[in-house]
Design a protein around this ligand. Structure first.
Ligand code: 8YV
Length: 313
C-alpha cells in the first residue's frame, strides 16, 4: 500500500503531481467537497503533507494527524506552517529555496522599472489613444538612486545585484549585518526608509516581520519614495499603505503580495500610483517545475531514509 500524502493546494504542476501519484496515495484536499470529513476519515493514514504558502498547516491540523512524519512545502517561505508544533512532534519540514531566487528577484525589478518608468501607465496611454493628444508625464531615472532592501537573504542579494546593474546604490536592513556582504548595512528600518528612493521588502513573513511597515516607516520613505513588496503581505499594514498612497505621502507602490490574497483592497485597485501583481514571484514554468521536483525529491528521500535535500527542520 502506498503511503498517504495530503496535498493542501493546487499549485504542483501535472508532471510532478504524476510523480507523486506514482509513489503516494494522494489526497487532493482542495478538490474535496467536505475537507474536514476527509481529514477525519484519513487522519490515521496520512504520513506526509505537500503544503502551499496560502493554506495554514496549523497546530490543530498537525495534532489531528497522529502519523504525520514530513511536511514538504511548495515555497521558500513557510510562515503558514506551525514550525513549533512540527518540531515538538519531530516532524520534518522542507521548502524550495534557491530555484526561485532569480525569478522572484526579476519580479522585484519588474515592479521597480514599471513604477519608475510608468510602464503600465504608458501601455494604457497608448491603448486609449491619449498619445494622439500629447506626451505622457515623465518618469524617474534609476541611476544614482538608493534601493533600500529589507532582508539580505538569497532573494535580497539577487535583487541587489540586479539593482547595482541598473546603477542604483544599495543599503540593506535585516536582523544582523551579513558576513561577506559589502553593501551598506542600516539596522534601523526607519532610517533605511529615510535614505531610500525604493524600499524593497524581501524579508521572510511570520511573527518577526509582522506589520513591520506601517505609517511611520512610510512617512520616513517620503513623498518621493516607492514601496515594493515581493515578500509577504503580512509585512505591511495595508490600511496605512492605502492612506499613504491616497494622501500622496509616498510616490507609489509595487505589490506582488497582499495581506488577504487573492483579495486586493478595492481602494488600491482604483489607484494609478500602484502596480499590482497576483503573487507571481516564482510563477514561471521552469521554476514551478523545479519547485515541484524539490517537493517530490524531499518526500522520496525521507521515505527512503536518505538525507533531505532542503530541510527547514
Ligand atoms: C509561492 C512564495 O511559493 O516561495 C514562496 O515563498 O511566496 C511563492 O514562490 C508560489 O506562489 C507557489 O505557491
Amino acid at each position: 500500500m502506498k503511503p498517504a500524502l495530503l496535498v493542501m493546494g493546487n499549485q504542483i504542476l501535472p508532471k510532478e503531481m504524476e510523480e507523486l501519484e506514482l509513489h503516494f496515495d494522494v489526497i487532493k484536499l482542495w478538490k474535496e467537497r467536505d475537507p474536514e470529513a476527509v481529514l477525519q476519515e484519513r487522519k490515521e493514514d496520512i504520513v506526509a503533507i505537500a503544503s502551499v504558502y496560502f493554506v495554514p498547516v496549523s497546530k490543530s491540523l498537525i495534532d489531528a494527524l497522529p502519523n504525520l512524519k514530513i511536511i514538504s512545502q511548495f515555497a521558500v517561505g513557510y510562515d503558514n506552517i506551525d514550525l513549533i508544533a512540527a518540531k515538538e512532534r519531530g516532524i520534518r519540514v522542507t521548502n524550495t529555496p534557491d530555484v526561485l531566487t532569480d525569478d522572484t528577484a526579476d519580479i522585484a525589478l519588474s515592479l521597480l522599472l514599471a513604477l519608475s518608468r510608468r510602464i503600465c501607465e504608458g501601455d494604457m496611454f497608448v491603448r486609449v489613444g491619449k498619445w494622439l493628444n500629447g506626451a505622457m508625464p515623465l518618469g524617474n531615472s534609476l541611476k544614482g538612486k538608493v534601493a533600500g532592501i529589507v532582508g539580505m537573504g538569497r532573494i535580497g542579494q539577487a535583487i541587489a545585484s540586479r539593482c547595482t546593474a541598473f546603477g542604483l546604490e544599495i543599503v540593506y536592513q535585516g536582523p544582523r549585518k551579513k558576513e561577506g556582504i559589502s553593501y551598506r548595512y542600516e539596522p534601523d528600518l526607519h532610517k533605511l526608509a529615510e535614505v531610500s528612493d525604493y524600499l524593497i521588502l524581501a524579508c521572510p513573513g511570520g511573527a518577526s516581520t509582522h506589520q513591520m511597515v506601517g505609517s511611520s516607516v512610510l512617512k520616513a520613505l517620503g513623498s518621493e519614495g516607492f514601496l515594493i513588496n515581493i515578500s509577504r503581505g503580512s509585512v505591511v499594514v495595508e490600511e496605512d499603505l492605502i492612506t499613504a498612497l491616497k494622501e500622496k505621502r509616498i510616490a507609489g507602490a509595487g505589490m506582488d503580495v497582499f495581506a488577504h490574497e487573492p483579495n486586493v483592497p478595492e481602494e488600491m485597485v482604483k489607484m494609478d500610483n500602484v502596480v499590482l501583481l497576483p503573487h507571481i514571484g516564482s510563477a514561471t514554468i521552469e521554476t514551478r517545475g523545479e519547485m515541484g521536483q524539490l517537493v517530490v525529491k524531499n518526500l522520496l528521500a525521507h521515505f527512503a531514509g536518505l538525507p533531505l535535500l532542503t530541510p527547514v527542520v
